[in-house]
Design a protein around this ligand. Sequence first.
Ligand code: ADE
Length: 284
Amino acid sequence: MEQLLLAWFHEHGRDLPWRRTRDPYAILVSEVMLQQTQVERVVPRYLRWLERWPTAAALADASTADVIREWQGLGYNRRAVNLHRAACVMVEQHDGQVPDGLDALLTLPGVGPYTARAVLVFAFERDLGLVDTNAGRFVARAGAGRRLDAREAQAVADSLVPSGRGWAWGQAVFDLGALVCTRRAPACERCPVSGDCAWYGAGRPDPDPVTGSAGIAAPQSIFAGSDRQGRGRLVDALRHGAVAAARAADVAGWPGDPGRAQRIVEQLVADGLARLDGDELSLP
Ligand code: ADE
C-alpha cells in the first residue's frame, strides 16, 4: 500500500504553497486556515498573510484589529484571534519559534490534537498519523474497514505511516481523500490502493465505515439565520469601523431581536473579537 500511494502522490499530488516550505510558522498558519476553509480559498490568503507577517514575531507585533481585518472572508473569525495569541505565546515562551513537541503545541490557543500533529508532520517531518475530515475517510475505509472512535482512528492512522515518510504520506492521504476517496462517491475504480483497502476488499458493504467515524466532521449546520451568521455580519461591520451597540441587532440582521443581538455581542467580547466601550462596539 505504501509504495502505491506514494507513487500516486508523486504523479497526482497537488502543488500547494505550504508544501514548498518546512517553516513551522508558515505550516501553522496554513493548518489553522485549512481547519475550516477550503484549499482553493486558502491558497491566496495564505500567501498574502505570510507576506504581511512572515514570522511569529511579526504577527505578535500586529494589532488584534489588523489581524481580524486580514482574516476577512475566511470565516470562523475566532481562529484569527487565536493565531495572534499563539504568536504572542511563541514570542513570550518559545523565543518566537513554533515549539517542536506535542504537549507544547497543544498549549497554543487554537491548536488541537489534529493541528498539533499536522505541524509535527509537515514542518518537523515526524512520522505521525493525521485524522481530519479527508484523512479520516481513508483511515476508516482503507485502514480498518469499519467505523472507528477517535482513539482507534488515531492508532490506525499512526500504524499506516511508513517509517521516515511521514511528510509525503500525510500529504498523499490528504490528496487521496480530496480527489479519490471522497465522502459520497469514492472513485475506487481509479484508487491506487483499492487492492489493499479493507472496505473495498469486503465488497464495500453498508454502512460506509465513514458514517459516524471519528474525525469526520458532521455536515456544517445551516448558516442562514444562525448565530454564526449574525456574528459574522457584526464582525464584518466592525472591520469597517465602530458600531453603536444600539444598532447591533440591525447590523446582525435581526431587527426586532435585541436580546439575541446582545447575547452575540457578549460572545464576541468574550472571544476577543470585539470591544464594548460605553455604547460603542469596535474591534479590540
Ligand atoms: N488540509 C490540511 N492540511 C492540508 C494539506 N497539507 N494539504 C491539503 N489539505 C490539507
